[in-house]
Ligand binder design. Structure first.
Ligand code: SF4
Length: 341
């Protein structure tokens, strides 16, 4: 599955995992589970009961109609080169930690770029059609919005791979992966809240210190203006923090965003009261999703993020018409779908 485009920044290198005071803890009140999942997004992983991922929850908050297009109509979206690059960089960073610690160097990371791209292309038809070896990129960011280090509009596959390598170089200015041993990478985590809602998503990386402190790490690689997506990024990390608290009964010590383009680290420390409020917010959001699903009333909510929406042709705000609402979505007893992250 192709990731959402994300954005930017960077600062302080990191060592093992966070240390310091004991994290806040409390008893989880509902069942939860974790599972490593290299084949994220496969049909077999789909839950059979109400569930919500951070991406789809954020979609509904951003624009209910966008949620409908992606989750109920499941309209196809051709990944942009920017999204494909994010997928590739995430894959390389995951693979990097398979190497012995001493080998986790910028040079070895650069060597992983081309083979990982070939592996992703072979596994994902959407990516396979994005570039031919000498073809121009069909879907670069709008003019004037290409990120620093991104291939120019109309770039070749070679330039695309070079831009991914540049982003990885940004990563090494923030962290020294030779000093890190992540507890989890690209891992599906899930928990139940409100008795029946399964909240689930994939964390890029989870570090756990010898003292048991958890640090959730998310890599941001996109080229869109950071301020347009920062609230969404924080929402995503709080979502993961809530899941982890429900699983382990421990509030993660740090939520960390690594903005590779700008080489900037953004750390956030959640507390239990905040996560409990966030849980109530998610349950209210879920009720709103269920109401909309039962009525078919998903309204457009135009914002500057419309510039990144792949469904303007179907959106009334842009003169389009949504496809007929699927009858199955209106059937009684059919749980509102939430999709994968
Ligand atoms: S174009 Fe904007 S208003 Fe329309 S569906 Fe997309 S995000 Fe929503």
């Amino acid at each position: 599955m192709v990731r959402d485009p994300s954005q930017p920044t960077g600062a302080e290198p990191t060592s093992p995992a966070p240390t310091g005071a004991e994290p806040t803890s409390a008893e989880p009140t509902s069942p939860a589970s974790t599972s490593a999942d290299p084949a994220r997004g496969q049909a077999a992983e789909r839950p059979r009961r109400p569930s919500l991922s951070p991406s789809r929850a954020a979609d509904f908050k951003t624009c209910p109609l966008l949620f409908r297009f992606r989750t109920i109509d499941r309209l196809p979206e051709q990944p942009t080169a920017d999204q494909a690059r994010g997928t590739l960089v995430h894959a390389v960073l995951e693979r990097l930690f398979d190497l012995p610690a001493a080998d986790r160097t910028p040079e070895r990371a650069a060597e992983l770029v081309a083979p990982e791209w070939e592996r992703l292309r072979a596994a994902n038809a959407e990516l396979a059609g994005l570039f031919s070896p000498d073809a121009a990129a069909p879907a670069m960011p709008p003019a004037g919005e290409a990120p620093a280090g991104a291939p120019p509009k109309g770039a070749t596959a070679a330039e695309f791979l070079a831009s991914a390598t540049d982003l990885l170089a940004g990563y090494f200015t923030m962290e020294d992966p030779r000093r890190l041993e992540p507890a989890e990478r690209e891992t599906l985590i899930e928990a139940t809240i409100g008795d029946e809602l399964l909240i689930r998503g994939y964390v890029d990386r989870l570090d756990i210190s010898p003292a048991g402190d958890m640090r959730v790490v998310d890599y941001k690689t996109g080229g869109a203006p950071r301020e347009a997506f920062e609230a969404r990024a924080l929402f995503q990390l709080k979502f993961y923090a809530l899941v982890l608290w429900r699983i382990h009964g421990v509030v993660p010590r740090v939520l960390r965003l690594l903005y590779l383009r700008d080489a900037e680290v953004c750390d956030y420390t959640p507390d239990l009261d905040e996560l409990l409020r966030f849980e109530r917010t998610l349950l209210a959001l879920w009720q709103a999703i269920e109401r909309a699903t039962q009525t078919g009333d998903f309204r457009p909510k135009p914002s500057r993020l419309c510039g990144w929406c792949a469904h303007q042709a179907h959106c009334p705000e842009f003169g389009g018409s949504p496809p007929p609402y699927p009858a199955i979505a209106l059937a009684p007893g059919v749980p509102a779908p939430a999709g994968e992250d």
